[in-house]
Design a protein around this ligand. Structure first.
Ligand code: HEM
Length: 136
């Protein structure tokens, strides 16, 4: 989703024009983010997306004059770690993993135990009632 969004933006001619317009500004943070914009445009594919995310985290106004996202004071090196995390493929969700997750879940074992005891109780009471009815 994020990757597709960023890629669509980078392939958009208007977005490229917007970046070029920001390069014309003589105020901060648009002067110091010129190299950040150039870096994104110089890269391609996933590398461009990665650089885009890094820029967004380091200085949210790098491509958007009215950005509502605050500058969090994150360094480029830290932002690269976050970007790599965001770009990492999702964890394997195969069936063995899913079963493992359930087996490791305390709630699952608790539910199983409550169900088992409840089932035995219902069966016991049912059997007792059945016998009583049979006797009458
Ligand atoms: C490390 C933490 C953060 C990361 C990785 C991050 C990442 C991003 C990304 C990738 C976008 C662009 C989404 C898109 O347009 O497709 C974005 C936009 C935005 N973010 Fe963050 N963000 C972070 C922290 C925050 C915080 C703390 C706030 C607000 C308190 C915030 C507010 C916003 C807003 C309002 C936008 C919408 C676009 C704009 O106004 O610039 N973000 N953020």
């Amino acid at each position: 989703m994020l990757i597709a969004n960023v890629q669509a933006r980078l392939n958009n001619q208007q977005y490229r024009q917007l970046l070029a317009d920001l390069d014309q500004l003589e105020e901060e943070p648009w002067v110091s983010t010129r190299s950040a914009r150039a870096a994104v445009l110089a890269l391609e594919g996933e590398a461009a997306v990665r650089q885009w995310i890094i820029n967004q985290i380091v200085e949210p106004r790098w491509d958007n004059r009215g950005s509502q996202m605050p500058n969090l004071g994150v360094t480029p090196a830290e932002a690269a770690i976050v970007a790599d995390y965001l770009l990492a493929p999702p964890a394997d969700s195969g069936w063995i993993n899913r079963i493992n997750t359930v087996l490791r879940s305390r709630l699952a074992w608790l539910s199983f135990g409550v169900g088992l005891i409840g089932g035995i109780a219902v069966a016991g009471i049912g059997g007792w009632l059945w016998k009583r009815r049979a006797r009458v």
